[in-house]
Design a protein around this ligand. Structure first.
Ligand SMILES: [Zn+2]
Length: 44
């Protein structure tokens, strides 16, 4: 899943699967949908 973190007074969105970080929530969500490391239990 995507976790929201704050660093250097900026909000980041981190993919828990692979640790990649994004400064845009939509980018993080799009990545998460295609991330090979994501837990398959989240698939709807
Ligand atoms: Zn990922």
């Amino acid at each position: 899943m995507v976790v929201k973190t704050e660093r250097d007074e900026m909000t980041w969105y981190k993919c828990e699967g692979c640790g990649m970080m994004f400064d845009d929530a939509e980018d993080a969500k799009q990545h998460e949908a295609n991330c090979d490391h994501e837990d398959p239990s989240y698939i709807q």
